[in-house]
Design a protein around this ligand. Structure first.
Ligand code: PHE
Length: 488
């Protein structure tokens, strides 16, 4: 039995696609993807990232949307409801709580990065970056971060904007914003890639992104790629599940999820194609870290006709893309306080907002006064990123895969997905064997409990996945059971 949605449903056919794309496309694509690709050496990392998107990310994205819609509630409630309906314990709702917590921790550093994008919009528009060379760009970024008032002010502004929008429940606003934002962003990225193609770093940039160098494959890069796949698709953080709850019945879960994932991947690759040629043309290091975007693209804009205008527009769009992602993170928790505890949306937003402002201001200090507050060599900013992307999201992902793959009645979500049998079986097999095993290997490696680097023996891993799938299908009333006619 489907539950009626307790709240808003997206109005138009495209609304969910737009909102979920707005959630997925954000700083992860334009800021984080290029900089970690640079740190992990390019092509091999990109390949791992794509593998993680297709083998783990998309199946989980589909699962989250389907559970959100089936459960029709905030992530905690939706999971508890679907678990019960599928014959598992309601306590699976706690997985939703963990996801919302993870989203909240992400938001605490996300607003700091979004603050950079806002500040750079102003810097570009005001022309204060004009005429700067590489060294000057680096100095400008460093100066911006050294000043807690500037950095804190921008982070605060982003946090307040997010809270204000979520508090008003402006879904229509998101729909409208994303409708012109996405095409605009892609168009500007294409202009940038066009410009990059005229620089003498283009060939090197393309080679860096797409040349597969097996010697650079290792478990560490795999861990980063896996975490990033979760981050960029907004998985295991409550966002997608919360939006899924508003998805009208007649919309296809699978088709919409695929559109979202493909749009997300395309924007990331375009951002890489725009940034790396500029890096190589200016003899910069691709491994410059989190400042990579802000130190490279302003150089490109400077050398382009209408660069000041294009640059300001570009960073404005990045800022809005960041906002639409930030909003999606809070949506689940606000809906939870609202539905479960009867707190009005506005109060819920400001309640969470108080904590958000506090932690994000502390996080912002990682770049100046608090740079020496470190744990295991990480500042608060790095620590939040590491904890969420490397641990909490993959953990949430493995638990969700196990829930859908083993605890729920296997045919429960079939009505939600409307897939041909073979594709439904493939989806289940990915969730039952491939995602959990890959995530587990990455975890064991990260903990240092695996005596070898799983990726250097990838054939071993692939073989183990297949053997496990076969064995599992023989031993359990697995996917095969779906092919038997239902008992009358
Ligand atoms: N997917 C967003 C991005 O790429 C970040 C995000 C993470 C949004 C988790 C929601 C939840 O920028």
């Amino acid at each position: 039995m489907d539950r009626p949605s307790p709240h808003y449903l997206w109005r138009s056919r495209w609304a969910f696609v737009l909102a979920a794309t707005g959630s997925a496309v954000g700083l992860g694509n334009i800021w984080k993807f290029p900089y970690i690709t640079g740190e992990y050496g390019g092509g091999a990392f990109v390949l791992l990232y794509l593998l993680c998107i297709f083998l783990i990310g998309i199946p989980l994205l589909v699962a989250e949307v389907a559970i959100g819609r089936r459960g029709r509630g905030n992530p905690m409630d939706a999971l508890a409801h679907v678990a019960r309906e599928g014959g598992a314990s309601r306590h699976w709702g706690l997985l939703g709580a963990m996801a919302m917590l993870c989203g909240f921790l992400i938001l605490c550093f996300y607003v700091v990065v979004a603050g950079w994008a806002f500040a750079y919009t102003l810097k570009m528009a005001g022309g204060s970056l004009a005429g700067s060379d590489v060294a000057a760009m680096q100095a400008i970024f460093a100066d911006h971060n050294a000043d807690p008032l500037q950095l804190g002010g921008w982070s605060l502004l982003v946090a307040l904007l997010t809270l204000w929008i979520v508090g008003r429940g402006l879904q229509q606003g998101i729909e409208r914003a994303v409708r012109w934002l996405m095409p605009g962003l892609v168009l500007l990225l294409l202009v940038l890639v066009g410009y990059a193609a005229t620089t003498d770093g283009f060939a090197e940039g393309v080679t860096f992104l797409f040349r597969f160098d097996a010697s650079r494959l290792n478990g560490e890069a795999f861990l980063a790629a896996l975490g990033h796949a979760f981050f960029t698709l907004s998985l295991a953080s409550g966002a997608i599940m919360a939006y899924g709850a508003y998805l009208p019945e007649q919309q296809s879960v699978v088709r919409t999820s695929l559109i979202v994932a493909l749009a997300d991947t395309a924007v990331a690759l375009l951002a890489g194609l725009a940034i790396f040629p500029v890096i190589f043309a200016n003899d910069m290091s691709p491994a410059a870290g989190p400042g990579l975007l802000f130190m490279s693209l302003p150089l490109a804009f400077q050398q382009m006709p209408w660069g000041q205008l294009f640059g300001a527009l570009f960073f404005a769009m990045v800022s809005i893309a960041a906002l639409t992602s930030a909003i999606s993170i809070l949506e689940g928790s606000v809906a939870w306080l609202n539905e479960q505890h009867g707190i009005s949306r506005r109060r819920a937003a400001w309640l969470l907002g108080g904590v958000l402002v506090l932690i994000s201001q502390l996080t912002m200090l990682s770049f100046n006064q608090g740079a020496h507050w470190t744990l295991a060599g990480m500042t608060l900013f790095d620590g939040l990123d590491y904890l969420t992307s490397r641990w909490m999201m993959p953990l949430g992902g493995i638990l969700l895969a196990l829930l859908v793959g083993y605890r729920l009645r296997l045919d429960l979500l079939r009505d939600e997905l409307h897939l041909p049998r073979a594709l439904y079986a493939l989806w289940l097999i990915l969730l039952r064997y491939v995602s959990p095993l890959l995530i587990l290997l990455v975890f064991l490696h990260a903990l240092g409990w695996l005596g070898f680097d799983p990726l250097q023996r990838w054939y071993w891993v692939a073989g183990a996945c297949m053997a496990l799938a076969l064995l599992g299908e023989c031993l359990t009333p697995g996917v095969r059971s779906l092919y038997r006619p239902a008992p009358r």
